[in-house]
Ligand binder design. Sequence first.
Ligand code: ZN
Length: 249
Amino acid sequence: MRVLVISDIHANLEALNTVLEAAHQNGGFDQIWCLGDVVGYGPNPNECVARLREFEHICVLGNHDAAALGQINIEDFNPDAKQAVLWTQRQLTPATRTYLENLPEKRVIGDYTIVHGSPQNPVWEYILSPSTAHAQFAHFHTPVCLVGHTHVPAVYHHFSDHQGRWVTAWHFPEPGDVYELHDPDRWIVNPGSVGQPRDQDPRAAYALLDVEARKWAYYRIPYNVERTQYLMRQAGLPARLIARLSYGW
Ligand code: ZN
């Protein structure tokens, strides 16, 4: 089975549609696995949920999905993020709300554990370093864990060195790179963000996973950033959140 793995769509329908088309051109897919934060920041929360639901897919809960449902205290969010959360809360249709309310925090499918943040703290924890990743391997039991949340693509490779110690190496994938997530090693992989990349590259990110062969292929695709920015201005969303999409930070 071929799976399109995406994360952090953040209500950016332009980016989502571009990724869907690119993945289709790129050999297609049988299912989508979405790693959370479908909504928040962007101008099309309801449309992004509806688009995802056109496909056979699974999805887990992200922190911005929880925030949009009013499930968490947003006092610690920065002012722009807070304003975007409050705007998103006002937009949600009953259908979108019901969809988000039913998202699980974690899914385990065969060889794969699927969360937004980390296996230990599925909704909130950021895996941004090999030391953080290293500690996480004790918190899931499958060979592979898929995470999002950081908006930065990454491959963490956990393997036994020549002295028999388990160590964790950090790879920054280049678009087009394919990783074989082979045994007995273990892996935490992050496809990057569809709708708000934060690695200085504004292009939308996605991965295609051959589930049985455990081949992880990572890609980027340019999308119409200006269109999303126009819709954000129309919605009155914060200027800083609009500007960052041009630069990928
Ligand atoms: Zn996010």
